[in-house]
Write a protein that binds this ligand. Sequence first.
Ligand code: DC
Length: 231
Amino acid sequence: MGKRLIIAIDGYSSCGKSTFARAIAEELDYIYIDSGAMYRAVTLYCIRKGYIGVGDVRTTDIIGDLGEIDISFVYNPDIGIHETFLNSENVEREIRSLEVSSHVSRISRIHQVRTRMVELQRQIGINKGIVMDGRDIGTVVFPDADLKIFMTASVDIRAKRRYDELRGKNIEADLEEVRMNIISRDIADENRDISPLRRADDAIILDNSRMTVDQQMDWIMEIIRKKIDED
Ligand code: DC
């Protein structure tokens, strides 16, 4: 059996972190948690409450409501993934919309929102045997993770992948709009004051621009097997 690991996967938007993380979790029979889904769920809550205006975000109201925002993940055996629930409502589909994508950076840079999400993420990881993906998992959420991966891929490839994913789910999308959204999220993720996206010193870099998921899996499983057998 070997020991159960915490595996942290960070990196840019749409470079296949969730596909990769999910495949690893499945292979190892671990839990997979998409931390971005949590920031998306808070964003959806704020949109519905009218807290996000054209130029401003009602930060005080958002912070005041944090205690009322419950986010959880429920496993759906039919599709083999944990779906995101916001206050008991399945929002898995709605949080992937371009509307949520275009506002999420403004919500995820609020200090108190991050503190609350990090707290929840650590609770979920308490029993180990988890793969979590995001932007600050290896740096802030689990700085002692057993394995850290930092993923990247070219902007054009990422835009095409996100576009195909949206179209595959029958969600309206325009390739150029998706591309611009990725570029602006890269800038926002790398430059926010709190927990900006950066590679942890001990993270392994994976540029998967020209790799299939199977190739990535062969590469990572060899590393994981060594880790599990280490002690
Ligand atoms: O991975 P994603 O694109 O679904 O993430 C949505 C947004 O949430 C992304 O723009 C950055 C933010 N995010 C974050 O700030 N920290 C995380 N750990 C995960 C996501």
